[in-house]
Design a protein. Structure first.
Length: 278
């Protein structure tokens, strides 16, 4: 883990992926098929934002990989259990090998901590099942679906130990809540993080989900107002506009998801303000 930087009052944890696509690739997806080129793009973005931590979204890689290997859909189809498709994808050894290569390249080339940001379990189930079984809707997910997907994800991120990641972020959604999601259903992921001394956090883009997941020694990114931990503040999207108020709370860490279309100079200005807050 990175030590606290005595020269900075605050440290920054950013998801800058959408920003990187817009600034470096004219809004197109980054080149997941080329680990070195992809890592070089993340290094360039780090040169702009100088974050202490960056989140690397897994969903973009999975989208790319299935599109590049359409034959894999044949192995994901034909079963009644809606979680079957995501199980087959996440346990695919060719996919895991490519994921290890791209994550290892990023960890080697980008001078900050990198954390893997996972999509919500419910979103993954619906996405994979829909690809493998076109036209079929996913409804009525259960807590067993959420729990089983956590097991598949935990085994996948375990493969990244040697790559050098610093942690795992698990996204929560309304669909997860409707399926009966509780902290206990994410224990497989939390156990892997604890075993490898990684950071673990929940990402709560829907504020209502945060309260159910707030009582523990982890961050609730986007939902930290109800979190037991008080060492991180999530910045609203409006923060990045020129007119936004700079009245923020004070904490050792700030977390933000950079909007795609904010100008780099505006980002630098806002980040300078953050680091200068007393």
């Amino acid at each position: 883990m990175l030590e606290s930087n005595a020269m900075n009052t605050h440290q920054l944890w950013l998801n800058a992926h959408a920003f990187a696509e817009n600034v470096l690739n004219q809004g197109r997806v980054l080149q997941w098929h080329n680990p070195i080129e992809f890592a070089e793009n993340y290094k360039k973005i780090q040169g702009i934002v100088s974050a202490d931590r960056l989140s690397l979204p897994l969903m973009g890689f999975l989208d790319y990989w299935v599109d590049a290997h359409p034959h894999v859909l044949q192995t994901m189809t034909g079963k009644r259990r809606v979680r079957y498709a995501i199980k087959k994808l996440l346990t695919n050894e060719d996919m895991r090998q490519e994921l290890r290569e791209i994550v290892a390249a990023c960890c080697a080339m980008v001078p900050c901590e990198l954390l893997i940001e996972l999509p919500s379990n419910a979103a993954l189930i619906a996405w994979a099942h829909g690809l493998a079984n076109p036209g079929e809707e996913v409804s009525g997910l259960s807590d067993l679906d959420i729990d089983s997907t956590s097991v598949y994800l935990a085994d996948t991120v375990r493969q990244l130990k040697a790559a050098g990641i610093a942690g795992v972020v698990s996204t929560l959604s309304d669909a997860d809540m409707a399926a009966g999601a509780t902290v206990e259903l994410y224990q497989p992921l939390m156990n892997v993080a604890a075993n490898y001394h990684w950071q673990f956090a929940f990402r709560c883009p829907v504020m209502a989900t945060a309260e159910r997941f707030s009582a523990g020694d982890w961050h609730c990114l986007g939902g930290d107002m109800s979190s037991q931990r008080k060492d991180l503040i999530s910045l609203p999207a409006a923060f990045w506009s020129a007119e936004a108020s700079d009245e923020l709370g004070d904490a050792p860490w700030y977390y933000a998801e950079l909007p795609a279309f904010v100008e780099p100079e505006q980002v630098r200005k806002k980040l300078t303000q953050l680091r200068g807050l007393a």
